[in-house]
Design a protein around this ligand. Structure first.
Ligand code: DGL
Length: 252
């Protein structure tokens, strides 16, 4: 059984890619929506939440965890890997593919403040983006909007405009909530700007890491520490065979 964890509903953008590649696996998804957003909380707080949620998932029987949250990956993946013996797959800031396809040499990254503060992100930029202008844009308010199930057009226009005005021809979605806004992001950016969603690459990495190790009967269960309505709506939008019984509110 594979556990998929995010601060909220955003990790469904990764779960969607996982089930596309590995439909027969059993999945448990946990949205920590009662404690979302993680983006501006302390690193210690996020690491504690990640540990609590992972322990909950292990009690449910998961044998591998996809940390489908850039912020939790930045804050906690090293600690999780040393605390538990199961495999953890985290989010990668997709700076390298963005640099590879940029013609202008200007790349925009839309993520949370904590993702930008993390050493994972900093190291990636140092390694792959020398000579490239990387515009780091904190998507303030976007995660909360996705949690409410709305598309904040004015905020998207402002943030995307700040990146494209400086010449960005690639925008990296550095937060798993943002693929749910990608249509509007692409509309504001215009046809000459490429949008990179790292989720498919992370799912392919999960396939490589789990190959032959996890098998199941195709079951799905979704937990949220907050309200399940938006989670349910988005998940059923991805897989229409899900039923309300697949969703449960928990307090962990
Ligand atoms: N989906 C999370 C991420 O990828 C959102 C972070 C937050 O809760 O602020 O970073």
């Amino acid at each position: 059984m594979i556990g998929v964890y995010d601060s909220g509903v955003g990790g469904l953008s990764v779960w969607k890619e996982l089930v596309a590649l590995m439909p027969a696996q059993d999945y448990v998804y946990v949205a920590d929506s009662a404690h979302c957003p993680y983006g501006d909380k302390s690193r210690e707080y996020v690491a504690r939440r990640a540990d609590t949620v992972v322990r909950f998932m292990i009690e449910k029987g998961v044998e591998a965890v996809v940390v489908a949250c850039n912020t939790a990956t930045a804050a906690a993946i090293a600690e999780l890997r040393s605390a538990y013996s199961i495999p953890f797959i985290g989010m990668e800031p997709a700076v390298k593919p963005a640099v590879n396809i940029s013609h202008t040499g200007v790349v925009g990254v839309l993520a949370t403040a904590n993702t930008f503060r993390g050493t994972l992100y900093r190291d990636t930029v140092m390694r792959y983006a020398s000579g490239i202008k990387v515009i780091e844009k904190v998507g303030k308010g976007l995660v909360e909007a996705v949690e409410r199930g709305v598309v904040p057009k004015d905020l998207i226009k402002e943030y995307v405009g700040e990146m494209t005005d400086q010449g960005a021809d690639v925008i990296v979605l550095g937060c798993t909530h943002f693929p749910f806004l990608s249509e509007e992001i692409a509309r504001c950016a215009g046809p000459s700007v490429r949008i990179i969603n790292p989720a498919p690459a992370v799912a392919r990495q999960a396939v490589r890491m789990l190959d032959g190790r996890v098998f199941g009967g195709g079951t799905r269960k979704f937990y949220s520490t907050g309200d399940t309505a938006v989670l349910r709506g988005l998940a059923i939008g991805i897989d229409s065979s899900l039923t309300p019984d697949d969703f449960e509110k928990v307090s962990v």
